[in-house]
Design a binder for this molecule. Structure first.
Ligand code: FE2
Length: 368
């Protein structure tokens, strides 16, 4: 079973950041990735620096500007802070995917382009997503080099002695949008990429005493690609989605979820690497013990590492969110393990995480 656009997988996620070198260090150490590629003046690019980091199927790129003329990067950062500029989808054919997307209402930002060097060629094209983000279609079947022409081996060989969390690949990518924009972007995904709506959390589903959100999950019809979209819902005080919109200055990507098949090991390693996670209240685990759930993990171990568990479909989910990894309370990572046939998003975990984020929001003085 395939999907209409010939999407094979999430490829990589690119962040625009203030200092690519320092961000590359964080990504390498926190997530246990290797710096595989570098683009900058030494490789013929005078306006920017990019590092490409990966391990197995998981890959990220961090890019920063070298001069005031690099307006695209500088404007993004001055507006949104460090954040996700684009995520790449590997497709069978960039031309075909781009043509389908644009014919169905996709906003083109980069026409199909072939980049060549001695290692072969890479095809890329992009459409717009949210305010200032992009979905990049990429194919490098005929390329033997690193990522794409312009990249070379990294000049940096850091021996970081980090713990290896053994993260696998991207599970889903979440956007936060303004009031009344969720249906618009749901429709955009469904028309432009021929996705379908999979989950719909309506009014009252995810709510605290003070605030609430609405959420829909769109996915490719073969369930390879999942893109939840959150929107604030009216509450007594500012919801965390409104806080994001205010701090990010608009609609954009809130978190990337990374799949693991051993969340205990992953969280333990990441904590030792210095990554901060959301605090889960002890009362959550007291309630969990009372429910007598058929899970293979010990609740004491889950509590020690602060991992959440929720039943969904014919299996269960283990999840945890990091604190924001950037200066503004905007972007964070999620670590997720799916046990059995659990392809969705548990409402109980969503609720618990919503509450945990709200606690931090309160500390920032933004629960007003
Ligand atoms: Fe998520």
């Amino acid at each position: 079973m395939g999907n209409t656009l010939g999407i094979r997988k999430y490829d990589y996620v690119e962040f625009y950041v203030g200092s690519a070198k320092q961000s590359a260090y964080w990504f390498a150490r926190a997530l246990g990735l290797e710096i595989k590629g570098y683009l900058g003046p030494e490789t013929g690019h005078r306006d920017r620096v990019s590092y490409y980091l990966s391990r197995g199927e998981l890959a990220f790129m961090v890019t920063s500007a070298l001069s005031p003329e690099s307006a695209e990067i500088i404007n993004f950062i001055s507006m949104h802070g460090d954040g996700v500029k684009r995520f790449a989808l590997e497709v069978d054919c960039v031309e075909t995917a781009f043509r389908y997307a644009v014919e169905h209402g996709g906003i083109p930002v980069r026409k199909p382009e072939v980049m060549k060097d001695g290692q072969g060629l890479v095809n890329e094209a992009a459409i717009r997503l949210y305010d200032d983000s992009e979905i990049l279609f990429v194919n490098r079947d005929n390329y033997k080099g690193i990522v794409r022409p312009g990249f070379d081996q990294s000049p940096m060989v850091w021996d970081l002695h980090c713990e290896q969390p053994d993260l696998l690949y991207i599970d889903h990518i979440v956007g936060n949008v303004r009031t009344n924009e969720m249906n618009l972007w749901e429709d955009y995904f469904n028309r432009v990429l021929d996705f379908e709506t999979f989950v719909n959390f309506g009014p009252g589903d995810i709510t605290t005493k003070y605030s609430a959100l609405l959420s829909k999950v769109v996915r490719s019809k073969d369930n390879l690609i999942k893109n939840p979209i959150n929107e604030p819902f009216e509450g007594l005080r500012m919801s965390q989605i409104e806080e994001f919109i205010k701090e990010y200055r608009g609609s954009g990507i809130q978190h990337v979820a990374i799949r693991t098949n051993n969340i205990m090991k992953a969280i333990k390693a990441m904590r030792l690497n210095g990554v901060e996670f959301l605090q889960v209240p002890d009362t959550y685990y007291d309630q969990l013990r009372g429910r007598n759930l058929p899970i293979s993990e010990s609740i004491d171990d889950l509590q020690e590492l602060g991992i959440l568990v929720d039943f969904e479909g014919e299996g269960y989910l283990l999840q945890l969110f990091t604190k924001p990894i950037v200066d503004r309370p905007t972007f964070f990572f999620e670590i997720i393990q799916r046990r059995g046939k659990s392809e969705g998003f548990g409402q109980g975990n969503f609720q618990a995480l919503f509450e945990a984020i709200e606690l931090d929001q309160q500390k920032r003085g933004n629960l007003i």
